[in-house]
Write a new protein. Structure first.
Length: 171
């Protein structure tokens, strides 16, 4: 079992293609590409943490998308994911506002905060995996060594293994 991270999939959100310069000609193409990439790396017994802004558009389409996606699905709600019980009914195994995880092994065993927005006000030992900013960079307010942006635009539109993030960042 592995743990994967993804953020800002924006399934069914046609305008995000233009807003974030996504390489798709239609929302249908984007949805199918994101589903295929997700299922190529995430197995049925893997955990996947989606850091918000999962989908927009018709609510009745969302359960069908969730059902097509592999893994034990956790949603850390973003600014577009307003209704917790709706996403639970859609098939997410767990829905929350943010999460904290402390690895049992690794170089530093630093507590990881999973959130949609980049988190300010963390303790000095905490690090943050977030989304929300899509292809943009954090400004100088943030210590970039303590943050990882998991928006799909930054991870090749494919869920990324949590251990790969920890390795890349030296956490």
């Amino acid at each position: 079992m592995k743990t994967f991270i993804i953020s800002d999939t924006h399934f069914n959100h046609e305008n995000v293609i233009r807003y974030s310069n996504r390489p798709y000609s239609s929302v249908e193409e984007m949805n199918e590409f994101l589903i295929a990439n997700w299922n190529d790396v995430v197995g049925a017994d893997d955990v996947i943490i989606c850091l918000g802004d999962f989908a927009l558009g018709k609510k009745e389409d969302i359960p069908g998308i969730v059902a097509r996606l592999n893994g034990i699905k956790i949603l850390v709600r973003g600014n577009h994911d307003r209704n917790k019980s709706f996403y639970e009914k859609c098939g997410f195994n767990f829905v929350c506002n943010d999460m904290k995880y402390t690895p049992l092994s690794g170089r530093n065993n630093r507590p990881i905060i999973f959130s949609h927005h980049p988190r300010l006000g963390m303790s000095i030992d905490e690090v943050n995996i977030h989304g929300h900013i899509h292809e943009k960079e954090l400004d100088e307010t943030f210590d970039h060594n303590r943050y990882f942006n998991a928006s799909v635009e930054n991870i090749n539109y494919t869920p990324i293994d949590l251990q790969e993030i920890i390795k890349q960042k030296g956490w």
